[in-house]
Design a protein around this ligand. Structure first.
Ligand SMILES: Cc1cc2nc3c(=O)[nH]c(=O)nc-3n(C[C@H](O)[C@H](O)[C@H](O)COP(=O)(O)OP(=O)(O)OC[C@H]3O[C@@H](n4cnc5c(N)ncnc54)[C@H](O)[C@@H]3O)c2cc1C
Length: 329
């Protein structure tokens, strides 16, 4: 019989990603609501030694598969390994991160296990002993609650990064770690050749602060002020599709329906009109600041703070003020 909550974690560069700690924390809340245990599945190279620390976020037991072949996410190795553990565990609820890898993995797992999956959820709750999930629909124009058919387990959901609150880590707690033997395919049709992470750059999907530029930047060279502002605020640079299509920024920077969905604490949009497809990617940011010289730009209807100003005047002046403030601290 299905029992408990299980979270699938992401282990990269020798550490669990922050979003996995958010998912573990949410898993703890759901497990408490069910009165059932919380377990985790952790795959990676060197993950077994790090796994016990998930106990700080409420995980009771971690099933760790520690193999050099699992250093990078590859559907062909991760899906059978995680599926095998889930088939043994039979959890009631399975949570993953709605990251690029997490969404790929959970969709494939759901198909393999014949499970229902709600992707990119912004809120989860237990009602009558079963999971319910809230997620944006129609490119973020609306939010819908989902429930699973009675008796259909596992109930799977992926959690949007930066939305679920992370528990305060309790360093007195350690999770038990078990290293199950799982069967990985002897050969795979694909392999990871290299992973190119931009050195020193904050990951857009997990950034707490994002400064984005649009067509109003007028050219790639002017993104220097966006980069400078992002850098002094400790944030990441984003862009509208217009800026990406013009070749001013790489596609990895694109925020929106056909780019990344981001949920930072602070999103500063400079020279971006606020098309529905852009709002779909950043509309659930906690605080939105819009800088646009057109007072009727649609972005202002979503913004918490609006600056009707030429961005080439405002952004450099704002940078100077932030510098002064930082120097005074
Ligand atoms: C299927 C589909 C998917 C899409 N996916 C995405 C997506 O993922 N992401 C995305 O962003 N778009 C997406 N789009 C495109 C979207 O519809 C818009 O065309 C795009 O977001 C516009 O980008 P923008 O706001 O930078 O440009 P514009 O709409 O041209 O706006 C530029 C803004 O800059 C302001 N401005 C100009 N000069 C200055 C200045 N000196 N100071 C201050 N303000 C200034 C202007 O007033 C204007 O509001 C998609 C479209 C489709 C059809």
């Amino acid at each position: 019989m299905a029992h408990g909550v299980c979270v699938i974690t992401e282990f990269r560069g020798g550490a669990f990603r922050r979003v996995s700690l958010e998912v573990a924390s949410e898993g703890r809340r759901l497990a408490d609501a069910l009165g059932e245990p919380l377990t985790a599945i952790a795959l990676g190279d060197g993950v077994a030694a790090a796994a016990a620390a998930l106990g700080q976020y409420g995980v009771e037991k971690v099933y760790a598969v520690d193999q050099p072949r699992l250093k990078d996410y590859l559907a062909e190795t991760y899906v059978p390994a995680v599926a095998e553990i889930l088939q043994t565990l039979q959890p009631k609820v399975v949570l993953a991160a709605a990251s690029v890898d997490g969404k790929d993995l959970s969709a494939r797992l759901a198909a393999r296990l014949g499970a229902g999956l709600a992707q990119d959820c912004t809120e989860l709750k237990i009602e009558g002993g079963a999971l319910q999930a809230k997620r944006p629909v129609y490119a973020g124009k609306d939010l819908a609650w989902y429930a699973w058919a009675d008796g259909a387990f596992p109930q799977m959901a992926s959690c949007r990064p930066n939305v679920m609150d992370c528990l305060m880590p309790d360093s007195s707690k350690q999770a038990a770690v078990e290293t199950p033997a799982v069967t990985l395919p002897a050969e795979t049709r694909t392999r990871v050749v290299s992973v190119e992470a931009a050195a020193g750059k904050v990951d857009l999907a997990e950034a707490q602060i994002i400064v984005s530029g649009g067509r109003g930047m007028k050219g790639p060279e002017h993104f220097a002020i966006i980069e400078e502002l992002a850098q002094i605020l400790g944030g990441a640079v984003g862009a509208s599709r217009a800026a990406v299509d013009a070749g001013w920024r790489p596609h990895a920077d694109q925020v929106g329906q056909t780019g990344k969905v981001v949920t930072p604490t602070l999103y500063i949009a400079c020279g971006i009109s606020g098309a529905i497809q852009h709002l779909a990617g950043m509309g659930s940011s906690k605080f939105i600041v819009a800088v646009n010289k057109d007072p009727d730009a649609p972005i202002f209807s979503k913004a918490d703070y609006g600056v009707v100003e030429d961005l080439f005047q405002f952004v450099p002046a704002f940078i100077e003020e932030v510098k002064k403030l930082k120097a005074a601290c």
